[in-house]
Every structure is written in structure tokens, then in C-alpha cells.
Ligand binder design. Structure first.
Ligand SMILES: *Cc1c(COP(=O)(O)O)cnc(C)c1O
Length: 456
């Protein structure tokens, strides 16, 4: 018997429910809210244990088939998973039962590959069925743009426009986006990441652009979040054979898409004791959890973990919805979520740049473990968690800290701290010699709108 397809609702509750493919192709709901599944299937303990001897792409198929299997041909989904996940996902033991999960072995060396590779293929699949075309408009603080450009490059039914803050992405991140061309257009905005994000949101809500089918590849797209639930299952099934054991994850967070993937996994039955939300000095969420008052940070603070320089996380509305509250896109709390439950599930900590640097230095010296700034924020967050929850350390619980980028993407920082440059992974070799193509643009919605109307 076929299950009924899962419907997706908007966090603002003012749009009709849609199917997965509609939510995927739309990105943002018409009422400005974010799509979330109205229900999720459960992964039973025996299924979870069966993952122990499965490969990553097989686990991805099992989970995604349960969530979206009604809308996509099984064989096709199997193929898309195998194509998307053709790289390693190393789990490195550091000490006791503390591990690092390296999510940096994809083609652009950031964890965003996990979402972008699957999302692009799912979009292409649904578009080609009806011979439709789509223009992806996305803002990036560096890694999204690289991963999206790489994942969508050369797809027939999709054009991509990427906005990045001109002074906030590294040379390597920029080259990964600007050296492709073809269906990938890149615009350097004279502003900050939050400005890019704001411009994208304005374009989506602008009736003058309604003839162009615009969609988003940012983590506002539900198509990015579902694939990000898979590695939480993967890590658990590879590191424990005791289904009673609960795991702790430390998640370096900016827009909170990664964390939402974890919360989706938890809702599907993954035994998670707690998520540690590790942010950099953009501490609006740790402060929110502590005080119950939400104050976004504008402009966002520049930290060395640059992909997390976010002063108002786009997925916060989803997290609030997960705990039965409502937050609008400006960050106003319309209905208070269950803060007690939130604090039970989520431990949030803000890490300074100084602490990030000293963590990189210390873990290298002590454990011969090379982390980049984002992964170091997560590791540091985990340390703070154990310092404040001494009882949690008893029995040495399984604890997994997420490393979200390859250290070679931060050569200047690593050299300053450790006196050497990490070797480039094969996927990044030769990048610096490639010619670049991008359009500089002032931070003005009028200019972006004209550009889109003229070119698409
Ligand atoms: C995007 C990114 C993050 C933050 O992930 P969110 O899902 O936005 O919280 C962390 N680390 C790296 C390297 C990233 O690229």
C-alpha cells in the first residue's frame, strides 16, 4: 500500500500546504514562511541498526525514500543518491568516545556538498518531467555558492545566480564559483552576507519578477535540509551497536540548516541526547535560549569562521516551529515556543575568535587533529558543554563534533596558528590559475532587479 505523500506547511501558517516537489521548486512559501514537513516517518531501531553495514549513499536512499518516496521513482532516487554521495565521510576518533565527523570530502570541500548535490539532482528530476525551467537565486557567505555552483553546473533546466559579499569570501571560495560560467552567473555585492540574503528575499517577494520562475538554493529550501539529516543517522549507526545509547552532536551553526537536519533526524527516531549549538561571536541564538528574548545582530559580526557570520539565521523560524512557536521573517516572535523543551534538547554556546584560534592550536598539539575555524568552534562548544555539565561526562557518552570545511580552505589562518599550510585536497588543486568571471554590483535591490529582468 502506498502511503499518502507528506505535505509541507509554511512556518507563517498563511499558505496552503504543498507536496515535496512543490516546496522544493518554490523555495520560499508565498506568505514569506519556510516549508516544513507536517509529519515525518519513523526509522525503527532495527532499521537503524541495519545501517551499520550500509554505505552512505544506501543510508541516504533509505531515509529519503521514506520521506519523499511517494513522489519519485525508487530506481531514480537510488541512482541520484549514488551519484550525489560518491565520496568518503570519515569518522575520526579523538579520545574516549569523542569523534570528529569530516563532512569536507565532497567536490567543494564543505559540508554544503551534501545538500547541494542531492537538491540539484532532485530539482532537475522534477523539472525535466514537465519540461519546466527554473532560475536559482541564492546568497552565499562562501561555501553555499561554491557547493551550489558545482552541483548545478551544466544542468539543462536550471540557471543559477549567486550573490556574495565582495569582501567576505576567501579567494578559493570565490574561484570555486566564478571559474565555471555556462549556466552559473555570479554577482559580487558591495555589502555583507545579510545584505545578500535580504536582496534574495526581496526578489522572491517582488511581483515584478513573478514571470521568472525563481527559486532558492539557500537553506530556506527544504530540499537542502532533508539530505542533511542523513549524516546524523550515518554517524550514529557506524559508532554504536547499542540502540539504547544516546548521542551528543556539536553543530557549528550559522543559518542553522545543519542543525535542522539534526532535528529532523531526531524527530525520525534517532536517539539524540542533546545537540550542542556552537556559534561564533554572532551569539543571537545562544542569547535567545538563555533569556527568551530574541535580538538579531545587525550588522553581523565578522569572525574567522566566516560561513557562520549570520546575525539573523534564516532557519530560526523553523526551529521555533519545531518547538511549537511562530517566528516571522523579521524575527518577531508571534507565538512563544516551548523554551523549556528547547533548552532540554539544545545547549547553545558562543565561541570567540580567540578561543577558536587557541582550539585549533591546542587540538593539533594534543591530538594531532587538524581543524579549520568552523570545526574548531564546534569542538570548543563541546568542551564548554562538558565543562558545564560535568555529570554528562560520566560513562563517557558518544559525542560527535562536526567538521564542516576542509582546513585547506583556510590557508592563511592555519599558517598563522600552526606555521604550515594544509595540503590541498585533489578537488581544489589548480583552482588558483583558473580565470574568473563575475559582475560587481552596489548593494541595491533596484540594480539586482534590473539585472534579472534584462538577463532572464
Ligand atoms: C554554511 C556553513 C556552516 C553553517 O551551517 P548552517 O547550516 O548555516 O548553520 C558552518 N560551516 C561551514 C564551513 C559552512 O560552510
Amino acid at each position: 500500500m502506498r502511503r499518502k505523500p507528506i505535505k509541507y506547511y509554511s512556518t507563517n501558517l498563511k499558505s496552503p500546504e504543498v507536496t515535496f516537489s512543490e516546496a522544493l521548486l518554490k523555495g520560499l512559501a508565498p506568505d514569506g514562511g519556510l516549508y516544513l514537513p507536517s509529519s515525518l516517518p519513523l526509522i525503527s531501531p532495527s532499521e537503524l541498526m541495519s545501517f551499520t553495514c550500509k554505505e552512505y549513499h544506501e543510508i541516504a536512499f533509505n531515509i529519503l525514500n521514506k520521506i519523499i518516496g511517494n513522489e519519485i521513482d525508487k530506481e531514480e532516487l537510488l541512482k541520484l543518491c549514488a551519484e550525489s554521495y560518491n565520496f568518503e565521510v570519515p569518522l575520526e576518533k579523538v579520545l574516549d568516545r569523542k569523534y570528529i565527523m569530516r563532512l569536507d570530502h565532497g567536490p567543494t570541500a564543505s559540508f554544503k556538498d551534501f545538500a547541494a548535490r542531492m537538491m540539484s539532482r532532485l530539482m532537475q528530476y522534477f523539472l525535466s518531467i514537465n519540461n519546466q525551467h527554473l532560475t536559482i537565486l541564492t546568497a552565499t557567505s562562501g561555501d553555499t555558492g561554491s557547493a551550489v555552483a558545482n552541483a548545478f553546473y551544466g544542468l539543462n533546466n536550471i540557471n543559477v545566480i549567486i550573490l556574495f559579499p565582495v569582501n567576505e569570501v576567501s579567494l578559493m571560495q570565490r574561484k570555486q564559483m566564478t571559474s565555471l560560467q555556462n549556466n552559473i552567473t555570479v554577482i559580487a555585492i558591495d555589502g555583507k552576507f545579510d545584505d545578500c540574503q535580504r536582496l534574495v528575499k526581496m526578489a522572491f517577494l517582488d511581483p515584478a519578477l513573478s514571470d521568472i520562475s525563481l527559486s532558492s538554493a539557500n537553506s530556506i529550501n527544504i530540499g537542502r535540509l532533508l539530505p542533511q539529516s542523513v549524516y546524523y543517522f550515518y554517524a550514529y549507526s557506524k559508532l554504536t551497536t547499542n540502540i539504547m545509547e544516546k548521542v551528543i552532536f556539536s553543530v557549528p551553526s550559522g543559518n542553522f540548516g545543519n542543525l535542522m537536519g539534526g532535528l529532523i533526524a531526531k524527530k525520525m527516531g534517532l536517539p539524540v541526547k542533546q545537540f550542542i549549538i556552537s556559534t561564533n561571536e554572532n551569539n543571537e541564538v545562544p542569547e535567545y535560549l538563555r533569556t527568551g528574548n530574541y535580538n538579531l545582530i545587525n550588522p553581523s559580526r565578522n569572525c574567522i569562521s566566516s560561513a557562520m557570520n549570520v546575525g539573523h539565521p534564516s532557519n530560526l523560524a523553523r526551529i521555533v516551529a519545531y518547538y511549537e512557536g511562530i517566528m516571522d521573517e523579521s524575527g518577531n516572535i508571534i507565538k512563544t515556543p516551548d523554551l523549556l523543551k528547547m533548552r532540554e534538547d539544545l545547549f547553545a554556546v558562543s565561541v570567540t575568535d580567540e578561543e577558536t584560534r587557541s582550539t585549533i592550536e591546542e587540538v593539533y598539539r594534543k591530538y594531532n587533529l587538524l581543524l579549520e575555524p568552523h570545526g574548531a568552534v564546534a569542538w570548543r562548544g563541546m568542551r564548554e558543554y562538558f565543562a558545564l555539565n560535568i555529570n554528562s561526562m560520566l560513562g563517557k557518552p558518544l559525542c560527535i563534533s562536526l567538521e564542516t570545511a576542509h582546513p585547506a580552505k583556510f590557508p592563511v589562518e592555519i599558517r598563522q596558528i600552526l606555521n604550515f599550510e594544509p595540503p590541498l585536497p585533489a578537488s581544489l588543486v589548480g583552482l588558483e590559475q583558473k580565470p574568473e568571471h563575475y559582475f560587481p554590483m552596489d548593494n541595491s535591490y533596484g540594480l539586482l532587479k534590473d539585472f534579472i529582468l534584462k538577463n532572464y
